[in-house]
Design a protein around this ligand. Structure first.
Ligand code: SAM
Length: 199
C-alpha cells in the first residue's frame, strides 16, 4: 500500500519541531554523522536499506553521543511518500547508485517523480544537495530537476558544480571517486515560491 502524504508526523520524531534534514542512501553514514555533530539544533533523518551501513552509523552515533539522528531502514521512496509538505529544510542525495545501463535507469532514486517529491517536501528557502561521479546520471538529475517550477538551481558558473560547497563533508563514495581520478558533480537547488529565482 502506498503511504499517504503526511502519514508520518515529524513531531513524533522530534517533538521540539526543530529543522529537519534528510539524507537518502547514507551508505556507511560518515556524512550524516558529521552533519549531525555539526548541527546539533537540527534533526537528521537518514534513510538507508543497507544494514551494514546502518550498523556502522549506529555505532558511530553511540560513540559520539549523537542524539539528533533518526534512521529509516527502507526504500526512501516510501518515506518521501509519507512525509508531509514543506517539512524538510535540507535533503541530501550523495553519490546515489548510478544504474548505468539504460534498462536500469528507472531504478535511479533521482528521477522526475522524486524531483517533484523533493519540491513538495522542502520548505521555501530549503535546499536539495546532490552529488555524483557519473556524468550520465548528472545530466539525468538536471533533466529531472530543471523543469520543476519551485526548484531553482543555485549555479552561476562551472565552479559551482565542480567544487563542493564550503560546508561540505566528504563521503565514502566521493573518496573512491577521487582516488580513481573521476570528476564529481555537485548540484544545489533552492526551494522557491512561485517559479524560478534568477541566480
Ligand atoms: C553508492 S552508495 C553511496 C553511499 C553514500 N551516500 C556515499 O556517498 O558514500 C548508494 C547508497 O544508496 C543506498 N540506496 C539505494 N537505493 C536506495 C533507496 N531506494 N532508498 C534509500 N537508499 C538507497 C544504497 O544502499 C547505498 O548505500
Amino acid at each position: 500500500m502506498v503511504p499517504q502524504a503526511g502519514s508520518i508526523d515529524p513531531a513524533t520524531l522530534f517533538p521540539d519541531r526543530r529543522p529537519l534534514w534528510l539524507e537518502i542512501g547514507f551508505g556507511g553514514g560518515e556524512h550524516l554523522a558529521e552533519q549531525a555533530a555539526a548541527h546539533p539544533d537540527c534533526g537528521l533523518i537518514g534513510c538507508e536499506p543497507y544494514m551494514t551501513g546502518v550498523a556502522r552509523l549506529l555505532a558511530e552515533a553511540e560513540a559520539r553521543g549523537l542524539t539528533n539522528l533518526r534512521i529509516v531502514v527502507d526504500d526512501a521512496r516510501l518515506l518521501l511518500d509519507a512525509l508531509p509538505d514543506g517539512c524538510l529544510e535540507r535533503i541530501f542525495v550523495l553519490f546515489p547508485d548510478p544504474w548505468p545501463k539504460a534498462r536500469h535507469h528507472k531504478r535511479r532514486i533521482v528521477n522526475p517523480m522524486t524531483a517533484a517529491q523533493f519540491a513538495r517536501l522542502l520548505r521555501p528557502g530549503g535546499e536539495l544537495r546532490l552529488a555524483t561521479d557519473d556524468m550520465d546520471y548528472a545530466r539525468a538529475m538536471l533533466l529531472a530537476l530543471l523543469p520543476v517550477r519551485n526548484l531553482a538551481w543555485l549555479a552561476r558558473g562551472p565552479a559551482d558544480w565542480r567544487v563542493p560547497p564550503p560546508d561540505w563533508t566528504s563521503t565514502r563514495y566521493q573518496g573512491k571517486a577521487r582516488k580513481a581520478d573521476r570528476p564529481c558533480v555537485y548540484l544545489r537547488f533552492e526551494r522557491v515560491i512561485g517559479g524560478r529565482k534568477k541566480p
